[in-house]
Design a protein. Structure first.
Length: 320
């Protein structure tokens, strides 16, 4: 979607009472929005429709976990160590970029030059950009001038930037619990709602006497300190997630994924068709999930983190 068209949507949403810029009378807070009278009704209607579609199934129950959990949860899941993005700053324009996002806006000759400098095979796909980003981060001392040497252009200025070495930027919001910062414990606002389900799924299963397969549905706030938050409400630092975690026997994971993918696409198509639009055959996000699953890029492992309470924690191995 072009910036011109997006600006029209933003203006319309404000005039009609759907979405307002947050703290506008004080200059606004970037990437934060408030839902107006019509916006909150629309959001509520969507949530209720999704909730009924999930919990009307006999083997799916609802859940509402806390926004703040013990910090060990995020350490065991891999979020503290791995839930981050490589970033770089242009010393000239003072602009900050997520490296993979910056690279996606470069010409092919720039990517070719970077691959040659870093000794990476260029497969002309997103995996190549991810590999470049992580190589620049992991060997920042060795390749501190690689971006500039390859002629990476700053999208803001249109000139080759004077780029800083790649640094790690954790996407979780950190705060402190306790009477003071010194005596308190560092905790995080959850970047996703899934972990709240994972650390409680045995309690839910036992209390509701559920048998595999079963699902746990949840609607709640999540927070991510995005390096660059943009595109109106499509990418914000505070957002609401609607998700259902479905627990199956390992031998049925592929068929269950296909079942739920087809079910959700069919539900979306019913809505789209009623509005007079063309239906869809696939969703990029679902395809990427299936692709990652097939290639074992994302893996979940149960760990007996708290043996006394027999409470499992999910470890997430993020893609390299």
């Amino acid at each position: 979607m072009s910036i011109k068209h997006l600006d029209k949507i933003v203006s319309l949403c404000k005039r009609k009472g759907f979405v307002f810029p947050n703290s506008e009378i004080y200059g606004g807070l970037k990437a934060s929005y408030d839902y107006g009278p019509l916006g909150v009704e629309l959001k509520k209607a969507i949530s209720e429709k999704w909730w009924k579609a999930m919990t009307n199934n006999s083997n799916i129950v609802g859940f509402d976990s806390s926004i703040m959990v013990h910090p060990d949860v995020w350490e065991a899941s891999g979020h503290i160590a791995n839930f981050n993005d490589p970033l770089t700053d242009n010393k000239d324009s003072k602009k900050r970029y997520r490296i993979d996002d910056l690279l996606s806006q470069q010409k092919s000759k720039v990517i070719d030059a970077l691959c040659e400098i870093l000794s990476i095979e260029n497969k002309n796909d997103n995996n190549t950009l991810d590999k470049i980003s992580h190589t620049l981060l992991q060997e920042s001392d060795k390749y501190n001038n690689a971006l500039e040497s390859a002629g990476v252009i700053d999208p803001f200025s249109g000139n080759i930037g004077k780029w800083t070495p790649a640094t790690q930027f954790n996407l979780m919001f950190q705060t402190n619990s306790g009477p003071s910062e010194k005596s308190g414990k560092s905790i995080y606002l959850r970047p996703e709602t899934a972990q709240g389900i994972y650390i409680n799924y045995l309690l839910v299963q036992n209390s509701m006497r559920l048998k595999v397969p079963f699902g746990i549905a949840q609607i709640g706030k999540a927070f991510r300190n995005e390096i660059i938050a943009r595109n109106f409400i499509f990418r914000t630092r505070e957002f609401e997630q609607m998700e259902m975690q479905y627990f199956v026997h390992p031998s049925e994971d592929e068929s269950s994924m296909e079942h739920w993918k087809d079910k959700r696409i069919s539900a979306m198509n019913r809505v789209i068709k009623n509005k007079g639009f063309s239906t869809i055959d696939y969703l990029d996000e679902y395809d990427s999930v299936c692709s990652s699953k097939a290639k074992n890029k994302m893996e979940y492992k149960l760990e007996r983190k708290h043996e006394k309470n027999n409470m499992p924690t999910i470890r997430r191995n993020f893609p390299e």
